[in-house]
Design a protein around this ligand. Structure first.
Ligand code: CU
Length: 454
């Protein structure tokens, strides 16, 4: 079967599936005829027909929350997004020789802003598409439980709002639904994705870590309990499928032929930069890491940065696989102490956790030893196309003494990158300092710098 025929076959298969689903809905409507009896002025099939099909009827019938009539007592969190196409840099970009791709974004950044709420909150999502945007967009939020009809397209020059109760804790993708599903792959894989964190209503569980100790010459079990409080990071994995001139390449996507693997929108965005070279090697031009593509201060918000953690500190990672390939999530040098999905513990003391497409985990890790650790997608194609995130724990290079600083950690001295840190939530430990970093348009970077007070 040639490729073109195979694609057509897939489209036909989807159409048949859709017809089957519609067929079953149709049958069910007829079966519940006692409550929806078909009289001349109350024929459900005729009503659906008159209103232009099921799509228009379903949101009304199944919307979780009426935005105009929200139950008193529930906390309402407004989440405003703008659909915006913009060129953004890719690997190999320099200010002198710009190299960009045709990105599609929520609010001028990739990934879109992270929404963080507490279980039971009402999310009031408004998507606005500016007049001059060349295409409609939609927003499908996986944290919701309501009719897919809500995720339909919003036309340029228009806004659309929906509301739902975030009933289930965990991490959840949100993504552009394209133009009523058409071109959804292009919109998502060009940057229109983000994450919702729904904190459990009673907070996160303390972590029990199994260790051993020597007592009176015998090796014994040494259980250590860490409170729910944690320093937090967010890591979102995806792929770029691009033509030579930086446009979306659907053929490459169908073949799973990844151009670049991105973490929070950038390939190799969390590796050392010239400043780190200078501190550790005494020479800004001598690279510490094998690939340092973003190590010029002229790159502004795109200059690579590291993640800094204190030794012995408990860290909570929100990891979301936004992409088209599995993520074999592993930290070089560490064991993941606990993996949670929803509010359910899935694994403890595990070397690698597999995260399928459109899935997420909450990983708790205590880094006992100072040193350098690297979070990867342990798929070699992913590592070597960008999925390596370098983390420095404690002061492995003895820099504090050299710098004569009274800072208690590099996080306090050098700060952590803004796009790797989620908004504060239940049981969050504040980062001592944040720096501007991320796949932001210049306008968005200016807004974020203002929010951060930098
Ligand atoms: Cu879109």
């Amino acid at each position: 079967m040639n490729k073109r025929f195979s694609m057509l076959f897939s489209v036909t298969a989807v159409a048949v599936l859709a017809a089957t689903l519609f067929g079953s809905t149709y049958t069910q409507t007829q079966i519940v005829g006692t409550s929806m009896s078909a009289t001349a002025d109350n024929d459900p099939i005729q009503q659906i027909h008159d209103m232009g099909g099921l799509k228009l009827v379903m949101p009304q019938a199944f919307a979780a929350v009426d935005c105009e009539n929200i139950e008193e007592g529930r906390n309402v969190v407004a989440f405003d997004l703008t659909g915006q196409s913009v060129d953004l840099p890719i690997l190999g970009h320099t200010p002198d020789a710009p190299k960009t791709y045709s990105a599609m974004t929520f609010s001028g950044q990739v990934p879109g802003p992270t929404l963080r709420v507490t279980q039971g909150d009402v999310v009031m999502m408004t998507l606005t598409i500016p007049d001059d945007e060349p295409t409609p967009h939609g927003n499908d939020m996986h944290a919701s439980e309501m009719s897919a009809g809500n995720f339909g397209k919003v036309m340029p020059g228009e806004s659309k709002t929906y509301c739902y109760v975030a009933q289930v804790p965990g991490t959840f993708k949100y993504h552009c639904s394209g133009v009523d599903v058409a071109a959804m792959d292009q919109h998502v894989l060009s940057g229109m994705y983000g994450m919702t964190i729904v904190d459990p209503i009673n907070g996160y569980k303390p972590l029990l870590a199994e260790k051993t100790a020597v007592s009176d010459g015998n090796v014994v079990r040494d259980r250590q309990v860490y409170s729910a409080d944690a320093l937090e990071f967010q890591l979102q994995y995806n792929q770029l499928y691009l033509t030579e001139d930086g446009n979306y390449d659907q053929g490459a996507m169908f073949n799973h032929d990844t151009t670049l693997t991105v973490v929070n929108g950038m390939s190799f965005g969390y590796v050392p930069n010239a400043k780190h070279n200078e501190l550790i090697k005494g020479d800004a031009g001598k690279n510490i890491f094998v690939a340092q593509p973003w190590n010029s201060e002229d790159l502004a918000q795109y200059q690579s940065q590291l993640l800094f953690i204190e030794a012995g500190q408990k860290v909570r990672f929100f990891v979301e696989n936004q992409g088209n390939e599995p993520v074999f999530w592993h930290i070089v040098g560490e064991i993941i102490d606990r993996v949670t999905q929803g509010n359910v513990v899935q694994a403890k003391g595990i070397e690698t956790y597999d995260i399928g497409g459109s899935s997420g985990i909450i990983a708790d890790v205590v880094f006992d030893e100072p040193g350098v650790y690297v979070a990867v997608n342990h798929d070699y194609a992913a590592i070597f196309t960008g999925a390596a995130t370098v983390m420095v724990v404690g002061d492995p290079f003895g820099l504090n003494e050299q710098l004569g600083t009274s800072a208690s950690s590099y996080a306090e001295l050098l700060g952590n990158p803004s796009d790797a840190v989620p908004p504060m939530g239940q049981d969050s430990v504040a980062h001592p300092k944040l720096n501007l970093h991320g796949l932001y348009s210049d306008d968005r970077a200016a807004e974020i710098a203002e929010q951060l007070g930098i």
